[in-house]
Design a protein around this ligand. Structure first.
Ligand SMILES: Nc1nc2ncc(COP(=O)(O)OP(=O)(O)O)nc2c(=O)[nH]1
Length: 291
């Protein structure tokens, strides 16, 4: 690993970001856009988690509230009941960092208390109290924070997304969140940024943002990219249905890694792992010294 390779501190785990890492998606919701209802029981979630780790997932992202366009908000108690038992069960058995995908400060606090090592907030810690809880968890427990850009909220974000320059505006938002986190005493080695594909973006915005990833990566902070099974993949593949988007998602994950993304948030861990392994073995520069 190059000496200057970034390491992401995720609670008690240190994730070497010298190579792109795979984040396995574990949606414990009834209504996630591609896998809703499949892991509602803790045992099913545990089985899926074991499988993703065996396939190469190096961090798991547990989400109890769908953030697909138009999704209805989930009550705190429902999200608690979906997520906390799963994090406790995973923590007891698997030695990988656990991320919780939530916008609620109460969920952040309680998930960290039962072992989450990363807070993944699609709302960029903008909810009342979220920033304070996240910064406290980062300072006191070494929890990693992923701040994502979303224009609006899941209920409204896809109605009429508009940007003068989507890359500039997303970059400016992420830089502002970083500045806020650093002012709050969060170490740089615990911050991930995410442009938020599909969160208040048209296909044109998503494509421009994807092509702009090198500019976003130039901030020096590690990028997390999540395009797996999303509508942009379907739209670019002749309206491919959700169930048939995993091959395209693996290609997109590889392209994101080549553009500088360091964490790839995916459903199909195995296909993504294969794509990254072949890239590492066959890349034109041979990856000399890249480790
Ligand atoms: N950091 C980050 N978190 C995310 N959480 C959810 C989704 C939406 O995808 P999914 O979880 O598969 O669906 P749903 O929100 O319907 O559960 N996308 C992202 C993303 O792109 N980045």
């Amino acid at each position: 690993m190059p000496t200057d390779a970034p390491v992401l501190q995720c609670g008690g785990h240190a994730l070497d970001l010298g190579q792109p890492r795979i984040m396995g998606i574990l949606n414990v919701t009834p209504d996630s856009f591609s896998d809703g209802g499949q892991y509602a029981r803790v045992e099913d979630a545990l089985t899926r988690a074991r499988a993703m780790v065996a396939e190469g997932a190096e961090i798991l992202d547990v989400g109890g509230e769908s953030t697909r366009p138009g999704a209805a908000p989930v009550a705190l108690e429902d999200e608690r009941q979906r997520v906390l038992p799963v994090i406790e069960a995973l923590r007891a058995e698997l030695d990988v960092p656990l991320s919780v995908d939530t916008m609620k400060p109460e969920m952040m606090r309680e998930a960290v208390a039962v072992g989450a090592g990363m807070l993944n907030d699609v709302n960029g810690f903008r909810a009342e109290g979220a920033l304070a809880v996240a910064m406290g968890a980062a300072r006191e427990r070494g929890v990693a924070l992923c701040a994502m850009h979303m224009q609006g909220d899941p209920q409204s974000m896809q109605r009429a997304p508009h940007y003068d320059d989507v890359v500039d505006e997303v970059r400016a938002f992420l830089e502002q969140r970083v500045a806020e986190l650093l002012r709050g005493g969060v170490p740089r080695g615990q911050i991930l940024l995410d442009p938020g594909f599909g969160f208040g973006k048209t296909l044109e915005h998503n494509v421009a943002l994807f092509r702009g990833l090198p500019r976003l990566a130039a901030s020096g902070l590690p990028l997390l990219v999540g395009v797996s099974r999303k509508s942009m993949i379907g739209q670019l593949l002749d309206d491919r249905p959700v169930a048939e988007r995993d091959p395209g998602s693996a290609v997109a994950a590889l392209l994101a890694a080549q553009a500088g993304a360091r964490v790839l948030r995916v459903h199909d861990v195995s296909a993504t792992r294969d794509a990254l392994a072949l890239y590492s073995a066959l890349r034109p520069d041979g990856g000399d010294g890249q480790d």
